[in-house]
Structure formats: structure tokens, C-alpha cells
Write a protein that binds this ligand. Structure first.
Ligand code: MRU
Length: 340
């Protein structure tokens, strides 16, 4: 399954707001259209929005009409500022933009677009390779017959391909293990029911959909062997920002002595932040909670709080699954060693 497709002059995105009922592709021809698609969650998931933003900068460079490098560079930086502001929590977005700007720095206007296109393609190709590698490491943790609970969608739809948390599950299945997945529906945006369930069913991986509030009882009933989630930003101490509801799962997993794993590429680590308290948590519009599609679920005027992410303290994380292997506590020195 692929949700991002670069044509050479536009970025095609599988519209994730319409899944699973409709398969609709949106074609973005300008960086601004990509920014809107990220804001509207047509493309979502930390690595996927990073890759989309990288291609958006290629579109910005292609649109530069001036022959002067200085003018193109300023336009590129303005585009990066717009893209960076679309969603604040997932660090992969800022990471990809920074990497693109570094690749383009000091280049002549004529060379800029081509060089940025090569870099964006590399980011996209690396993402799939990284997910396959971390999937192999993570698959060691999944026993034959294992029952895995996951939250949100950290699959092919949230990345350039294969997925992080779902990549681990895919790798275990490819190794011949029997795996059963429980997918939290993931209120309010329903990434679990609309996307994860859809994605796994497409691959014939057994999946059972539950509401978020059923996770505790499922664990208490002995139905979960391990939890695997993705991440949007990980602080230096191992605190994890991920989809709202992840923290609740981690607390429940601790209570029931179930291992809680976070699968993410190293680009999700933000070593500039000492703890998760410094992570900006995106708040989204009330309508995501008061309505499903256009059906009203709450009285008009109801006060709503809609944080899109939460922070799981590092003490609740059993290990991180990365492309460099499994990282166990204490996380700070382990992370620092990875970047030495
Ligand atoms: O709001 P979303 O759908 O972009 O949130 C996605 C998540 O929280 C994912 O778990 C995370 O980005 C990891 S995706 C590999």
C-alpha cells in the first residue's frame, strides 16, 4: 500500500480523510497545496508528512522563476516556514525540511530543483528501508501466536511504505509467525478503525477492531501479549509524544505487566528536548469530536478540548524499536551513543 506518489512535477496523495469508503488521490502542484493537505490530514503520520514536505520544497524550487540563487533561496525558506507550521508535534516534518535546506544550500538557481528532487527521493527511499530494518528487529519481540495491541495508524499509510509499528507486525508475519492484531479505533480521528484495520485487512493480517475504552478490559482478560505503537517525537529522556490515548495504553500495559514498545526511525528522536514536557502538543478543531463526518454527536456549543497527541513518560516504555536495533533503558545514554 502506497499513499505518496511523486510524479516529477506534482505530488499525488491518497486522501486519508476519505478512507476506507473512497479511494481518492489528490494531486498537489504547489508547495502550498501540499501544506494544505498536511493541515487537513489528507496525508498524516510523522514520516509521511516529512516526506510530503520534502517533495513540497521540490515544487517550490521548480516554481522559482528567477535565475538568481538568492531569490530562489529566499522563496525556498519561506515555503519551508509555511510547511513547518502546518503541524507542530511530529518532528519528522522539521527534520525533513532541515535536511532539504541543507542539501540545497549554496547551489545555483539552475541546479536547485534537481538537487532537491534527488534528496527528497532519497528521504522517501530511506524511509521504506528503515521501516523494513526496524521491522526485522521488532519482529524478534513478537512470539508465534502473539496478540499485539496497537493504537492510531503507524503503518504504510503513515510512512512512505511498510510502516513502523505495523512494519514490525508485517515483518513477524513475513517470518511465518501467526500474529493477531487488536486495533484501537483511536478517537476522535479514527485512524485505527478507518486506516489500520483497512491496511491490515488488505494484507490479510488478522485484525480485531476495539474501541479505545475496551483496551483495559482486553488486557485484564489476558488478550494482549504486547503493545506496539509509533511515535511523533521522542525527547532525550525517552518521553514519547504519540497519538492521544497512547499514554492511557502505556499506563494500562504497566498495570497488567504487558511490554510496551515504541517503533520509530531515529529521525523521530529530538535530542534537543530534555523531556517530553517541552513537546508542543497540537490541538485540533472541536468538530473532530462533536461530529463524525457531518453527523452531530454533541449539543451545539458544547465546550471541547481536543489535543491530538499525548506524552507517555519514558518509565512506561519497555524499549524503542529503531533501525539501529532495540533500545532499552536508560534511554538518554543509549540515544546519545547512536548520534556520536
Ligand atoms: O495525527 P496523525 O494521524 O498524523 O498521528 C499519527 C500518529 O500519531 C502516529 O502514531 C505517528 O505519527 C507514527 S506514524 C509511523
Amino acid at each position: 500500500m502506497k499513499a505518496i506518489d511523486w510524479t516529477g512535477h506534482s505530488l499525488r496523495l491518497l486522501d486519508q480523510t476519505k478512507l476506507p469508503e473512497e479511494i481518492v488521490w489528490v494531486e498537489c502542484r504547489t508547495y502550498d497545496e501540499v501544506a494544505t493537505a498536511i493541515r487537513q490530514m489528507i496525508v498524516r503520520g510523522a514520516p509521511a508528512i516529512g516526506a510530503a514536505a520534502a517533495y513540497a520544497l521540490v515544487l517550490a524550487a521548480q516554481a522559482c522563476t528567477s535565475k538568481e540563487a538568492e531569490v530562489c533561496w529566499q522563496e525556498l525558506q519561506a515555503a519551508a516556514d509555511v510547511l513547518r507550521a502546518t503541524r507542530p508535534t511530529a518532528v519528522n516534518l522539521a527534520w525533513a525540511l532541515q535536511r532539504m535546506l541543507r542539501a540545497g544550500e549554496g547551489l545555483a538557481a539552475a541546479a536547485l530543483a534537481e538537487c532537491l528532487e534527488t534528496e527528497a527521493n532519497t528521504i522517501a527511499e530511506e524511509d521504506v528501508k528503515i521501516n523494513r530494518t526496524l521491522g526485522q528487529f521488532g519482529a524478534e519481540l513478537v512470539p508465534d501466536g502473539g496478540r499485539v495491541l496497537t493504537h492510531c495508524n503507524a503503518g504504510a499509510l503513515a510512512t512512505v511504505g511498510y510502516g513502523t509499528a505495523l512494519g514490525v507486525i508485517r515483518a513477524a508475519v513475513e517470518q511465518g509467525k501467526r500474529v493477531e492484531v487488536f486495533a484501537d479505533e483511536t478517537r476522535p480521528y479514527l485512524q485505527g478503525s478507518r486506516l489500520t484495520t483497512f491496511e491490515l485487512m488488505q494484507d490479510n493480517i488478522p485484525v480485531t477492531l476495539i474501541t479505545d475504552s475496551m483496551a483495559g478490559w482486553l488486557m485484564a482478560s489476558g488478550g494482549v501479549d504486547l503493545v506496539i505503537v509509533g511515535a511523533d517525537r521522542v525527547a532525550r529522556n525517552g518521553d514519547v509524544a504519540n497519538k492521544i490515548g497512547t499514554y492511557t495504553l502505556a499506563v494500562l500495559a504497566k498495570e497488567h505487566q504487558i511490554p510496551f514498545y515504541v517503533a520509530c526511525p531515529l529521525s523521530t528522536l529530538d535530542l534537543t528536548l530534555a523531556t517530553g514536557q517541552e513537546i508542543i502538543i497540537e490541538e485540533r478543531e472541536a468538530k473532530e469530536i462533536t461530529h463524525i463526518r457531518d453527523i452531530r454527536l454533541a449539543p451545539a456549543g458544547a465546550r471541547v478540548w481536543n489535543p491530538a497527541f499525548d506524552v507517555t513518560p519514558h518509565q512506561l516504555v519497555t524499549a524503542f524499536i529503531t533501525e539501529k536495533g532495540l533500545i532499552y533503558p536508560p534511554f538518554t545514554p543509549a540515544f546519545e551513543r547512536l548520534f556520536q
